[in-house]
Design a binder for this molecule. Sequence first.
Ligand code: ZN
Ligand code: ZN
Length: 88
Amino acid sequence: MAKEPEIFCPACKKSPRIEDRWVCKPSCGTVWHTFWTGGVCPGCGHQWTETQCPACVVTSPHKDWYHFPDDDTEIEKVTTEAPEVIGA
Ligand SMILES: [Zn+2]
Ligand SMILES: [Zn+2]
């Protein structure tokens, strides 16, 4: 079963609020909530691949806002092994 992703800014970890709005500029000027449509402007159908955070104003790729609980994005710790040097 697919779980709902958590949506929050990859930079500041703040979730977009219900009252936040984005404007399709310079295209059609539609004002809407970009996370209700997955970054697609309901006015002109433009797919915005980047989304600016209303909280910290950092622009991040839209898909980076979605954080799935099962998503194993943590970098695996690689154990490096090297033979010890024996003094000559
Ligand atoms: Zn942010
Ligand atoms: Zn538009």
